[in-house]
Ligand binder design. Structure first.
Ligand SMILES: Nc1ncnc2c1ncn2[C@@H]1O[C@H](COP(=O)(O)OP(=O)(O)OP(=O)(O)O)[C@@H](O)[C@H]1O
Length: 281
């Protein structure tokens, strides 16, 4: 279905290590490790040669246990972390010809403000809790170059309406909102610059089941309406099952399996994926 189109995002051999590495763990963690950890120099190899492509309008799920490197991958893509190696290309930036990891910090800011949206598990990372919801969205719009106060206000209220935040609460600070509402404001903020790519990191973890279902429905609806491509990270296969067209399974910093979500659920190949699928039954 997606193979004839150019990918919105291509990642090649992304590596992220915390620590210097040593002779024992070898180049990029190819040597002796305990899981993703070198007992000699205490380096953690959080992402090891992760490669993937994301196609227009696709939701790609990334599932894996705690510590498998999912969040690190998203943080690297959003430039919250410096990568240790690898390349990443965005079709909307220089027609996918430039490795964005090698761009200057000014260009990285530009890419982040114009082409990326991020929703964190912890809303405190994505929102200014004491600003009003409208001001939170305005901040991102201004960063993306919008200067007209009237247009900013209209766009912000339009977005908050889209994520079901009642108009009469749009002047309130997210600090006074429930967890589900905070996530919806984060989503509105992340969408404000019309990014071709939205990154979602465990967005429903910690929410009540009914609130979780509500946020997942919202993400699905927005994807259908806006045709935006999404990378969705979760440790919970039921979340991935609900959202993702295709799924990547990560374990100890590496991709161990990938395929259509239905295919992975029906016929998991890797023992870890089999275990994950089993736990759903
Ligand atoms: N700043 C850091 N310094 C050292 N190690 C880190 C740092 N951040 C993450 N790690 C390590 O990198 C590995 C991957 O962490 P990451 O948060 O990406 O995992 P995850 O799959 O998202 O799990 P979780 O959902 O629990 O956060 C873990 O072993 C973690 O301890």
């Amino acid at each position: 279905m997606w193979t004839e189109e150019k990918p919105v995002l291509r990642i090649q051999k992304l590596r992220k290590q915390y620590g210097p590495g040593c002779a024992l763990c070898g180049d990029g963690g190819q040597g002796n490790l305990q899981d993703n950890f070198c007992p000699e120099c205490r380096t953690v190899y959080a992402c090891r040669d992760v490669s993937l492509a994301l196609y227009p309008g696709e939701i790609l799920g990334i599932v894996g246990e705690s510590g498998s490197g999912k969040s690190t991958l998203l943080r690297c893509l959003y430039f919250d972390e410096e990568v240790s190696g690898g390349a990443c290309y965005l079709q909307s930036y220089k027609e996918g010809r430039s490795n964005i990891f090698l761009e200057s910090s000014q260009q990285k800011r530009y890419i982040r403000n114009h082409f990326l949206g991020m929703v964190y598990q912890n809303p405190y990372l994505g929102l200014r809790m004491d600003f009003s919801s409208v001001a939170n969205i305005a901040e991102k719009l201004i960063a993306a170059g919008e200067r007209t106060v009237g247009s900013i206000r209209i766009r912000a209220t339009e977005l908050l309406e889209k994520v079901n935040i009642p108009l009469y609460r749009s002047g309130e600070a997210p600090r006074h909102f429930s967890g589900g509402m905070q996530q919806r404001v984060q989503i509105a903020k992340a969408l404000s610059n019309n990014p071709p790519l939205l990154l979602l990191d465990e967005v429903t973890t910690g929410l009540d089941l009914s609130v979780q279902a509500n946020v997942l429905d919202l993400i699905k609806r927005l994807q259908r309406e806006l045709k935006i491509s999404m990378l969705v990270v979760s440790h919970d296969l039921s979340v991935i099952r609900m959202l993702a067209d295709r799924t990547i399974v990560m374990l100890k910093g590496k991709i161990v399996e990938e395929g259509l979500t239905d295919q992975i659920l029906e016929d998991p190949q890797h023992p870890y994926t089999q275990q994950l699928v089993q736990s759903l039954l």
